[in-house]
Design a protein around this ligand. Structure first.
Ligand SMILES: Cc1ncc(COP(=O)(O)O)c(C=O)c1O
Length: 394
């Protein structure tokens, strides 16, 4: 269709003019940390495999064994083809880690969020979402047909004001936030959110995609204070520190049963490949039995922030905000020339004017390379002229 291609070409040209066009670049991950790109080996700081478990021999062996036994795909929705015991085993492990009665595994984290929220919340209800929460929390909130109101990032006073003003007009209210913010690396103020949720009879949901395995002793953002905060809906993904693929919700037994019945992305989507579930179980074994290993990504991120002179990292994710998209691309190219893969993150993934480099630290990044990276960032990016480094780090 000519009009269709004209539409697509015009949209792409618009993105190009704003330095916002994205392209897939052939990149082969060689192991947990090195990647081959444009014919060069680069040390990657752009991968969420925080514990490098996607390459762990025991995790791979578990996946291979399950693949040999059960095949590749799972064949149909779990309600149709039957529930493979490996899913029950994984769900039991997730519930144990998160100290909930039950858990439900989805095809991905994105699928989890667009299924969970509309299963619990509907027209006439209210969803209050942190303005910097992940796109799929907003997608789930919008799909629910509830009123969606963003609250200022981690701002408990603003959230309380919205609850004061609007709570009484809605039968059900959901408060949704990332536990660890995916593009900023900071932790949500979970105890304060839980207190507000309790006070206003709202349901608190955290997306702990970047928390499980790496903060709170490996249990995630709900456990950062040392005890389990009162979060009745703990969602997350198996695709980051767990090193596999899939999403999950940990909650009470009756909420999980409702999800089995009502979450459309669970009911109407094929179950996760059994090998992924088996890999995730093996990854959880490692996280539960080796807390010192699970602590490494955060420790490495902190050694980087100390050396560069940035605010102390709260998670393995460290942002360096440079402001405009072109400056972020330039900084990323500079680091690539030095042998580092650090992708520029641009709007709409982050708000306009906050394009950034996002560094993701993993357990196996060598300390001497982190030092070299920090020195280059301090000497050549933080000191770049204003048009190349508009806002500085935050
Ligand atoms: C905070 C957050 N939630 C959800 C997702 C989606 O998870 P998945 O990749 O498993 O779909 C991501 C990233 O991909 C994320 O960063």
């Amino acid at each position: 269709m000519r009009s269709l291609d004209e539409f697509a070409a015009a949209k792409l040209a618009e993105l190009e003019r704003a330095n916002l066009r994205r392209r897939l670049v052939d990149t082969t991950r060689l192991d947990g940390i090195w990647a081959l790109r444009n014919g060069r080996r680069l040390l990657s700081f752009s991968c969420n495999d925080y514990l490098n478990l996607s390459q762990d021999p025991a995790v791979k062996a578990a996946a291979i064994d399950a693949l040999e036994r059960y095949g590749i795909g799972s064949g149909a929705s779990r309600l149709v083809t039957g529930n493979h015991p490996v899913f029950a085993a994984l769900e039991e492990r997730l519930a144990r880690l998160k100290q909930t009665q039950a858990a439900c595994v989805f095809g991905s984290g994105y699928l989890a969020n667009i299924g969970i929220i509309p299963a619990l919340i509907g027209a006439g209800d209210l969803v209050l979402v942190d303005e910097l929460a992940h796109a799929c929390l907003f997608a789930g909130a919008r799909l629910s047909r509830a009123t969606v109101m963003p609250f200022r990032h981690s701002d408990l006073a603003h959230l309380q004001a919205l609850l004061d003003q609007h709570r009484a007009r809605h039968p059900r209210v959901l408060i949704a936030t990332d536990g660890v913010f995916s593009m900023d690396g900071d932790l949500a103020p979970i105890p304060g959110l839980a207190a507000l949720a309790e006070r206003f009879d709202a349901w608190l949901m955290t997306d702990d995609a970047h928390g499980i395995g790496v903060v709170g002793g490996g249990r995630g953002s709900t456990f950062v204070a040392g005890v389990r905060a009162d979060v009745p809906l703990q969602m997350g993904t198996l695709s980051k520190a767990i090193g596999a693929y899939g999403g999950y919700l940990c909650a009470s037994a009756c909420v999980i049963e409702l999800i089995h019945n009502r979450a459309r992305s669970f009911v109407y989507s094929t179950g996760l490949p059994p090998a992924m579930a088996a890999a995730a179980v093996a990854a959880l074994d490692r996280i539960e039995t080796d807390p010192a290993y699970a602590a490494l990504p955060l420790a490495k991120a902190r050694s980087f922030t100390r050396r560069v002179g940035l605010p102390e990292a709260e998670s393995p994710i460290v942002p360096l905000i440079v402001g405009d998209a072109q400056a972020a691309l330039r900084a990323s190219r500079l680091l690539e020339a030095e042998g580092f893969l650090v992708i520029a993150i641009r709007p709409p993934t982050v708000p306009a004017g906050t394009a950034r480099l996002r560094f993701a630290f993993t357990a196996q990044h060598p300390d001497h390379e982190i030092e070299r990276l920090a020195d280059i960032v301090r000497a050549r990016i933080l000191t770049a002229p204003p048009q190349a480094q508009a806002a500085g780090a935050r």
